[in-house]
Design a protein around this ligand. Structure first.
Ligand code: SAH
Ligand code: SF4
Length: 353
């Protein structure tokens, strides 16, 4: 039955995004779950997330780390602390560590390259970076140092909305994240991207185009999560306009599952996480439902507790009190509870012959 949901047109995708009834949606969940099983299998790969710095020079309208949020205490972890977290990832059996930060000019090319080399030589883990928009020379040096993957969400494929919520860096024009993703692939990275769901101003039609762009870019990883309002930001304080009545995508749990499922059908081989933002909307079983509706990746948090609370991209983020060990125990139990297995090895993109 699920083959009928392959190759959906933009209009069909939009129709699913607008589908209000649980009953027909069962068909979508089943098709996405079958596609997931057929392509990436039952393993749930674990990516240990280390939020290495909350310093950021950018001013994204949606994010609590934006430079104009002066109330946030800033931190940058020491190299030794980060390497210790990577060792913990290894101990827990994770195949990958993800180093994420604001767009932090204090993270220099050489400092980062040294860190990557240390993690690779000491742990052998796959290293994923998520450090924002950096010069090609930085990206090339980090790839050279051994980084395997890079995450950079394009946030929305609607150029007007993008420009409104993602003002350019000082002295630059609006960035072209799809172009950066192509550059990352050319450098030999596995490239990951994604969008927020329910950004004020986001229409159903543009969200359908986002999913089409995932496919067009042939992304290796795709992360989607609900937009969660942060009161210290322009988007969170509702000072930016919503889309017209009937066109605005809601930032709900249900809409997130639809996008996860449609993304799996559009990009069957991609690694797709069930995200923390989704867990934030439904702590009880959001992660599991994501995994049952197309996702195959979880990202347990390894950030030391003192820093975790300060990495406040949005408020009331799931699991900010927990230690890395708590997250490991919790996530492993959740995987087993739905009869899936924690992945073994790096868990990179699989390509069908
Ligand atoms: N600075 C890097 C990485 C950290 S931000 C970057 O911008 O790429 C990582 C992701 O968090 C962003 O891509 C965005 O999709 C998400 N995010 C930011 N603010 C959010 C919010 N208010 N609600 C939900 N997700 C948000
Ligand atoms: Fe900085 Fe990333 Fe937040 Fe934008 S989304 S303000 S680049 S941390």
């Amino acid at each position: 039955m699920h083959t009928m949901l392959n190759n959906l047109s933009l209009a069909e995708t939009e129709r699913w995004l607008r589908e209000p009834d649980e009953k027909p949606l069962e068909e979508l969940w089943a098709a996405a779950d079958a596609a997931r099983r057929d392509t990436v299998g039952d393993a749930v790969h674990l990516r240990g997330l280390i939020e290495i710095s909350n310093c950021c020079t950018r001013n994204c309208a949606y994010c609590g780390l934006r430079v104009e949020n002066k109330t946030l205490k800033r931190y940058r972890m020491e190299k030794d602390e980060i390497v210790a977290c990577a060792h913990q990832a290894k101990q827990f059996g994770y195949g990958t560590t993800v180093l994420q930060a604001g767009e932090d000019v204090g993270i220099s090319r050489e400092w980062m390259a040294d860190l990557i080399r240390a993690i690779k030589s000491e742990t052998g883990l796959a290293v994923t970076l998520s450090l924002g928009e950096r010069d090609e020379a930085d990206l090339a040096a980090w790839r050279e140092a051994g980084a395997d993957r890079y995450l950079l969400r394009f946030e929305t494929s609607d150029p007007e909305l993008y420009a409104r919520i993602h003002p350019p860096a000082q002295g630059k024009t609006v960035s072209d994240r799809p172009a950066i993703l192509r550059q990352l692939k050319a450098l030999g990275y596995e490239a990951g991207s994604g969008v927020m769901i329910g950004i004020p101003g986001q229409t159903y039609a543009s969200l359908a185009r986002d999913i089409a762009l995932f496919r067009e870019l042939d992304l290796d990883m795709i992360g989607v999560g609900p937009f969660i309002a942060h009161p210290g930001t322009p988007l969170g304080s509702q000072s930016l306009p919503s889309a017209p009545e009937g066109e605005q995508v809601p930032n709900t749990e249900l809409m997130t599952y639809k996008v996860v499922a449609l993304t799996r059908l559009a990009c069957p081989e991609a690694n797709i996480p069930s995200t923390t933002a989704l867990a934030t909307l439904n702590l009880a079983n959001g992660r599991e439902l994501g995994l049952l509706r197309g996702a195959n990746i979880l990202m347990p948090n390894l950030t030391p507790v003192d820093y975790r609370a300060l990495y406040e991209i949005y408020p009331a983020k799931a699991c900010i009190q927990e230690t890395a060990r708590d997250c490991n125990t919790c996530i492993t139990a959740r995987i087993r509870s739905i009869n899936r297995t924690p992945g073994v090895g790096h868990g990179g993109r699989k390509r069908s012959a």
